[in-house]
Design a protein around this ligand. Structure first.
Ligand code: ATP
Ligand code: MG
Length: 448
């Protein structure tokens, strides 16, 4: 036990909602502690966004105390206490329990239900990492450390509590949590906790896709996405979460895909830090680009026409990905649109340029185009051209687009081909992108 005078966790940095829950439980005679990421981050001097409370009150007793309370979960029953937009998660201390007794069940070593109540000591042992098992006790403002979390915190290390193999079998998502927390906190994963990844990583295939989507959001959309990506790659876990990405990176001889992914993730991280909105659609478009690109390319070289090849490739990539990570339809739809706009950036006809500029997904598609600068000189120039046209008034742009194609900044191949294909396309109204010259064969242009 570390008394208040010997640690830096102050009530000033704890949310109002969390304090009300802690004091409310305490006043009703229950044990109430802040636990998990919030205590860890406060000790590290950070500002946690969410606060978790652990108590010896049952969910029903919690509900009895707070009017603004919802009981959630069946496999892991919890109380959520709501204060406006703030949600304080209140978990009853879990006990070790004897298999088959009470509401705790394992299937092939995997925990499928965990609702056996226990003591605070037992609760500590059921948590994942030592640094996540520190308790801040509202009764005397002390920190309670049952498992050596304080010393790990000082050494910036992640140790699993208990036998690593058993703990990963109980819940394979803990492997991703290790990678994520290491990236977020810039901690190292103790070899005892990273050693089983190669053997047990495939168990992520048994995890719930909905849960893996939530975990993916925390990995990539909370300001340390690039660090998470590198950690996942180094630890060999990436292929179990984004198989297509891992395959495409293995083929990426010149590093163009890697630099696209790294630039995309760094951009997202910067936006998160600045408080700007970010969309998972863009993230998935970035991560899966390499795979969809080569699939579409392969289909085109077998004679499938461009739009159809892209559609099929996108479909195939998404089918594989959503089987592992449940990407909600609204995001996968937006992602496919970002991809579908890419070939259209090659077009230089007035009508098509204006149409693309007005497209609801233009911004995201254009940001994506800029990430592709490393692919080729042509791509870099294309990005610059679209950057420049956005600075022009509609009148100026009209004039620009009326110039002979060779005068366009985007240069010969790009403009030339788009212009050559144009008369055909015009005749087929509604057949967007279908008119392409078979004779020319699938040039890199058509596939880009
Ligand atoms: P962050 O909030 O930064 O994502 P966190 O550690 O608080 O990190 P949460 O998902 O909020 O993560 O979980 C809160 C706490 O619950 C953890 O600190 C840990 O003690 C416990 N916990 C969460 N997930 C698991 C798990 N899969 N197995 C065991 N304990 C877990
Ligand atoms: Mg948390």
């Amino acid at each position: 036990m570390i008394p208040r005078a010997q640690h830096n966790v102050s009530r000033k940095h704890i949310s109002r909602g969390a304090l009300r829950v802690l004091y409310g439980l305490h006043e009703h005679g229950f044990r109430a502690c802040l636990v998990g990421g919030a205590v860890r981050d406060l000790l590290l001097g950070g500002h946690p966004k969410d606060f978790d409370v652990a108590t010896n009150a049952t969910p029903e007793e919690v509900k009895h105390i707070f009017r603004n309370c919802r009981l959630i979960g069946r496999r892991f029953r919890l109380a959520h206490v709501l204060f406006g937009p703030e949600v304080v998660e209140v978990a009853t201390f879990r006990g070790a329990g004897v298999e088959g007794e009470g509401d705790r069940h394992l299937v092939e070593g995997r925990i499928v239900r965990d609702n056996v109540w226990g003591s605070i000591e037992e609760d500590a042992l059921r948590r994942d990492f030592r640094v996540n098992a520190l308790y801040y006790d509202i009764a005397d403002y002390s920190i309670i450390d049952f498992v050596g979390g304080m010393s790990d915190l000082e050494q910036r290390k992640l140790h699993l509590i208990g036998d690593p193999e058993q703990r990963y079998r109980e819940d394979p998502v803990r492997m991703l949590r290790a990678a994520r927390l290491a990236a977020k906190l810039q901690f190292t994963i103790d070899p005892s906790a990273s050693e089983p990844f190669a053997r047990l990583g495939h168990l992520l295939g048994d995890a719930s896709p909905a849960r893996l989507f939530d975990e993916t959001m925390k990995l990539f959309m909370t300001g340390h996405g690039l660090a998470s990506f590198r950690k996942l790659e180094d630890s060999g876990l990436l292929k179990h979460l984004f198989a297509g990405t891992a395959r495409a990176l293995a083929r990426d001889e010149h590093g163009a895909l890697r630099s696209l992914i790294e630039a995309g993730l760094a951009g997202t991280d910067a936006r998160v830090v600045q408080g700007k909105p970010v969309t998972p659609a863009f993230l998935f478009a970035v991560l899966l680009w390499g795979e969809v690109y080569s699939l579409a390319r392969g289909m085109q070289s077998e004679g499938v026409e461009r739009a159809l090849a892209w559609q099929r490739a996108a479909h195939q990539v998404m089918a594989e990905q959503t089987a592992r990570v449940a990407i909600p339809r609204r995001f996968s739809y937006a992602m496919e649109e970002i991809w579908a706009q890419q070939p259209r950036f090659a077009e230089r006809s007035k009508k098509r340029v204006f149409r693309l500029l007005a497209h609801p997904r233009f911004r995201a598609a254009y940001d994506f185009l800029l990430l592709r600068a490393a692919e080729s000189e042509e791509m870099r120039e294309r990005g610059e051209w679209w950057t420049r046209v956005q600075t022009l008034s509609p009148e100026e742009l009209s004039v620009e687009l009326s110039k002979p194609v060779s005068a366009n900044a985007a240069g010969s191949a790009t403009g030339g081909e788009a212009a050559a294909a144009l008369p055909k396309r015009r005749r087929r109204r509604g057949g967007r992108g279908r008119g392409k010259s078979k004779a020319a064969g699938p040039s890199s242009e058509e596939m880009s």
